[in-house]
Design a protein around this ligand. Structure first.
Ligand code: CA
Length: 222
């Protein structure tokens, strides 16, 4: 079983990795939200150990995005002692359990085992619209029966539009769901990703079914 540890404290990450490896798991370590997101997009983790305070963002936001993108891995949060609000926020964001720092490693290992005994969330539904099939479980997209390779952001963007087929989704909402609420990068990031998505989904006789609704947003035509 493959596990991901998301923790920016190198010493603690090292100890967690050693302890989990000794228990027989394959363990990857990431120190940032961005790194974790990328790792979770390409690997099927059974469990993610997630620190809430990360250098480039908030672990709870990451947790929410992973869940929104259909990740069903068990998520075990690491929170500071007495940070009641953090624990509640993390659980509301879709975490399964938490341990408070500093923690006892035997207890930590026991919680990991307990979570791994639970069944994972139900396999998310395959979405179909406009000749596109999107399978959140395998993170694969086909159009006209042909596999379309997408980046993580393109996949998330398409997923939001497919979940809301026929509706106009505005740019702000896409930014919030696919990037994060505090994204302050270049302002035409959505346009650029939509353009790439269209190019990849275009078929010679059948253009990508993503309409621009001027001044309002984008709509996937089912
Ligand atoms: Ca931290």
């Amino acid at each position: 079983m493959r596990l991901l540890v998301v923790e920016d404290d190198r010493a603690l990450a090292g100890v967690l990795k050693r302890a989990l490896t000794e228990d027989g798991y394959a363990v990857d370590v990431e120190r940032t939200v961005a790194g974790a997101e990328l790792a979770a997009a390409v690997n099927d983790y059974a469990l993610i150990v997630l620190d809430l305070g990360l250098p480039d963002g908030d672990g709870a936001d990451l947790c929410r995005r992973l869940r929104a993108n259909g990740h069903t891995a068990h998520i075990l949060m690491l929170t500071a002692r007495d940070a009641r609000r953090d624990r509640i926020g993390g659980l509301d964001a879709g975490a399964d359990d938490y341990v408070t720092k500093p923690f006892d490693f035997d207890e930590f290992a026991a919680r990991v085992r307990a979570l791994l005994r639970r069944p994972r969330g139900a396999r998310p539904t395959v979405l179909e619209a406009g000749g596109i099939t999107l399978d959140p479980a395998t993170r694969s997209v086909t159009r006209g029966g042909v596999l379309v390779p997408l980046t993580t952001r393109e996949f998330s963007l398409l997923r939001v539009l497919m979940n809301r087929v026929g509706e106009v989704v505005d740019k702000t909402e896409l930014l919030e769901q696919v990037w994060d609420a505090h994204y302050d990068g270049f302002s035409n990031v959505v346009e650029v990703h939509i353009a790439n998505l269209r190019r990849k989904l275009d078929l010679p006789d059948n253009p990508a079914p993503i309409a621009t609704v001027r001044g309002a947003g984008y709509r996937l035509i089912g």
